[in-house]
Design a protein around this ligand. Structure first.
Ligand code: ATP
Ligand code: PAU
Length: 268
């Protein structure tokens, strides 16, 4: 039995599959919104006809419909939402279903990466928006931040002002603390905002739980932020008396979460 797992984000749609509940392949399809129809042909190349699909969609109804249309008629699709509790994960959102389903499944996906489940953990996703979510050692989602992602910050400065250019973001060095030109000032500003928010949340979790969270980082826009993030985390580790702060990059926590969900359902 082949089951599709779909992570439909605001920039890209990612699809993988399970055969008899196991991920037997590293096959991953990544599609921009304009190319969702290619999902149809991809499905025809799979080793079996898919009989079911589950996924999360935060890209709106139109994209959800396009995905549904691209699937074989034999393959019913179920979109999952955040809940008050899913497996071991508990949700502290006032209205649990308001939490982005991608954030929720991503947090579920952390369980297969956490080497120290006795410590809290953070999931930082540098996607279209940046999200910074925390769970404690009892798997309670404590709450999290949403702010414009790297590309949105860049675009909004360019669109919302007369003088600011659309800068080149393909640099992954620590940007200067005291920029001396416009391009550097924008780059440093964006990276400082992104990295600074994560350090702020790391400290908030430490203050609340008295334990240092492990940080998991994902998303297409992460590379430019990581050098500055490492630098800030080294600084705060020293101040707080820790040898190091664990930061681990992970490729697809949302698909990992969907896989965990699918297997649990299968075994039920
Ligand atoms: N090299 C890069 N430098 C900066 N940003 C990048 C780079 N590569 C991709 N991005 C940005 O990363 C974002 C996409 O990341 P990702 O694929 O994780 O997004 P996504 O899954 O579509 O996100 P979301 O789920 O938030 O919609 C886009 O904003 C894209 O412009
Ligand atoms: C924040 C995004 C856009 C991140 O992809 C998504 O999770 C979303 O649309 N969330 C809904 C609002 C919320 O999570 O509170």
């Amino acid at each position: 039995m082949l089951m599709l797992l779909i992570d439909s984000g605001n920039t890209r749609v990612k699809v993988t599959y399970l055969i008899n509940q196991f991920r037997q392949t590293e096959d991953l399809l990544v599609l921009e919104h304009d190319h969702i129809d290619k999902l149809h042909d991809w499905c025809n190349t799979l080793p079996e006809v898919p009989v079911r699909a589950i996924g999360v969609n935060v890209a709106g109804e139109v994209i959800a419909h396009k995905i549904q249309q691209a699937l074989p008629a034999s393959c019913p699709l179920q979109w999952l939402a955040a809940q008050a509790q899913t497996l071991h994960l508990k949700n502290s959102y006032q209205h649990p279903e308001q939490l982005g389903a991608d954030r929720w499944m991503g947090l579920l996906g952390l369980s297969e990466h956490r080497q120290h489940p006795e410590l809290p953990a953070m999931l930082v996703s540098f996607g279209t928006a940046t999200t910074v979510d925390s769970i404690d050692a009892d798997n309670l989602f404590m709450g999290g931040l949403i702010f414009p992602g790297v590309m949105l910050m860049r675009a909004s400065l360019h669109k919302g002002t007369a003088n600011l250019p659309a800068i080149d973001l393909r640099k992954s060095e620590v940007p200067p603390a005291f920029p001396h030109n416009t391009e550097q000032a924008i780059l440093s500003g964006i990276i400082a905002a992104q990295a600074g928010a994560i350090v702020r949340q790391w400290k908030a979790v430490l203050d609340k739980t008295a334990q240092p969270p492990t940080i998991f980082v994902t998303g297409g826009a992460r590379h430019g932020v990581l050098p500055e993030l490492h630098r800030l985390l080294n600084d705060i580790a020293q101040v707080k008396g820790f040898d190091t702060i664990t930061l681990q990059e992970i490729e697809s926590p949302v698909l990992d979460g969907l896989r965990i969900y699918a297997r649990a359902e299968w075994n039920h």
